[in-house]
Design a protein around this ligand. Structure first.
Ligand SMILES: Cc1cc2nc3c(=O)[nH]c(=O)nc-3n(C[C@H](O)[C@H](O)[C@H](O)COP(=O)(O)O)c2cc1C
Length: 189
């Protein structure tokens, strides 16, 4: 038996990323769960932000942000940056988050993040509680530890985290690589 629960936002797991932004010499970082990829070519992503966030104006006015993927080493920072505002706290200092400059946008990248997506806003959509910023991913950089000798990205050992129903978790045991059900035996992709 199933019970109808009505509409809700309980799709899970979702990422819990650290979004960095900057405007007029100030930099900030906040946690976002409402984020994802929305197009392959050109590569595009979104983040939905409440206008009350300190980061909102920075993203709105600069038209730029960086999505920093997070790991179990960053989980404390994820929680702190999702509960304290840059309005009154330097979260980089509080969480001891070192940064490096982005290549393509004016926002800092978190040095401890295994992968950072540099985004330039293309479209803003006011949805209600949140405004969705849809952006081109104009640059991307990875911690070299997660690149193989051919430069291929492998984040299996990065300890990426996910967020589901109020709980942060590190990704568990892999259950099969994409296409494993249709790949011919002995043939590697
Ligand atoms: C797990 C988690 C996910 C969150 N996801 C979002 C989100 O997608 N959009 C948003 O506007 N706020 C989200 N928040 C809340 C902001 O991160 C929080 O309000 C933060 O203090 C805003 O920082 P700022 O005022 O420095 O911009 C999330 C918080 C947590 C803990």
């Amino acid at each position: 038996m199933r019970r109808e629960l009505g509409g809700g936002t309980v799709l899970a797991p979702v990422p819990a990323v650290l979004v960095t932004c900057a405007y007029e010499g100030r930099e900030n970082v906040f946690t976002a769960g409402w984020t994802g990829i929305v197009n392959t070519r050109p590569p595009m992503a979104y983040v939905s932000v409440r206008p009350s966030r300190f980061s909102y104006d920075m993203i709105d006015k600069s038209g730029e942000f960086v999505i920093n993927l997070t790991t179990k080493e960053l989980v404390r920072a994820v929680d702190i940056c999702g509960n304290k505002s840059g309005r009154d706290t330097d979260k980089f200092k509080l969480c001891r988050l070192d940064t490096v400059p982005s290549e393509k946008v004016g926002c800092p990248i978190l040095a401890a993040s295994p992968l950072a997506l540099e985004c330039r806003v293309r479209q803003r959509t006011e949805l209600g509680s949140h405004t969705m910023f849809i952006a081109d991913i104009v640059g991307m950089s990875a911690d070299e530890r997660f690149l193989d000798s051919k430069g291929k990205l492998n984040l299996e050992q990065a300890g990426l985290i996910a967020y589901a129903h109020g709980q942060y978790s590190s990704l568990g045991r892999g259950l099969g690589r994409i296409g494993y059900t249709v790949r011919k035996k002995g043939k590697r992709t």
